[in-house]
Design a binder for this molecule. Structure first.
Ligand code: ARG
Length: 292
């Protein structure tokens, strides 16, 4: 497995917004100027790649495939921990075609030694990758979203496969159809989250596990700018658009915010985190801790 911070992106060569499987997706807006939109998407992608590189991440870029526009969101392709990738199973037929090309991409990463194992999810449940199953490095467990996309049973399957606790949180709205839209653990132990996205039971679970000083409540404005869907490495945070609220809340805790305009991808319901997948997540002590 790879131990340095490494993140996977998928090139938007075949990206468009041609169907709608979440309330943010706007095929009509895309259709008004498909060439212009595509050009902007390519530019936004390059800006994201550069911003991730500046935070200290090594960026791996894989190719997309024709007819599968949402491959640009590799967060949904697999859950990866300790060099082991558990491939996703998508709920909607529009995205199921991604499973085969992503299996090839992960197979190639294994051949290059970046992964040790690539495995299939057991039958009978949906699980949409790290978008719905987020590793919390400080607490040593996964947080899993279920409801709109991933099944509740997927939490057990992930837990059995990785041998780690998975805390399942029910997503109560279609707007936050994946956990990563409304929930982001940060390196200092804080969790940035949008409370109205969760069921009452999920909120009770969150409040029981997190002291108030570690809960940062996102606003509806933060959510609609896809600012909760952020990539965090140490004190660096990359997001589509910073909002005044988050500049204050994260700034005073010492985080540095990097803004990358990802408007063409927000038209598909995605932000910075969705467009990435960390390949080096490890359940052991980090490099810094191991070296200390
Ligand atoms: N159009 C994609 C979908 O609805 C967007 C996925 C964004 N990914 C994410 N992890 N939230 O599936």
């Amino acid at each position: 497995m790879i131990r340095t911070p490494t993140i996977l992106l998928v090139e938007p060569t075949f990206y468009d917004v041609s169907y709608s499987i979440n309330p943010w997706m706007d095929p009509a807006a895309w259709a008004r100027d498909p060439r212009g939109m595509h050009r902007n998407a390519m530019q936004s992608f390059e800006a994201l790649r550069a911003a991730l590189g500046r935070t200290g991440l090594t960026v791996e870029v894989a190719a997309g495939a024709p007819g599968l526009p949402d491959m640009v969101f590799p967060a949904n392709a697999a859950v990866v921990l300790d060099g082991r990738a558990l491939l996703a199973r998508f709920r909607y037929p529009q995205r199921r075609g991604e499973e085969a090309p992503f299996a090839q991409i992960f197979g190639a990463l294994r051949e290059r030694g970046l992964l040790d194992e690539v495995a299939l999810l057991p039958e009978g449940c949906f699980q949409e990758g790290a978008g719905d199953c987020i590793w919390d490095a400080g607490r040593g467990h996964f947080w899993a979203g279920f409801g709109p996309r991933s099944s509740h049973e997927a939490a057990t399957a992930v837990s059995d496969f990785f041998g780690k606790e998975v805390v399942a949180l029910e997503l109560a709205t279609e707007q936050s159809y994946h956990l990563d839209v409304c929930f982001c653990p940060l390196s200092g132990g804080e969790i940035l989250y949008y409370p109205p996205a969760f069921s009452e039971a999920a909120l009770r679970e969150l409040r029981a596990r997190l002291p108030a000083r570690l809960r940062i409540e996102a606003s509806a404005d933060d959510l609609s700018h896809f600012s909760v869907n952020a990539v965090n490495l140490d004190d660096q945070v990359v997001m589509t658009r910073t909002t005044p609220h988050l500049r204050t809340e994260l700034g005073r805790r010492g985080y540095q915010l990097h803004e990358v305009d990802l408007t063409p991808f927000m038209l598909s319901g995605g932000g910075a985190y969705c467009m990435t997948l960390r390949l080096d997540r490890s359940s052991g002590p980090g490099i810094a801790a191991a070296a200390a």
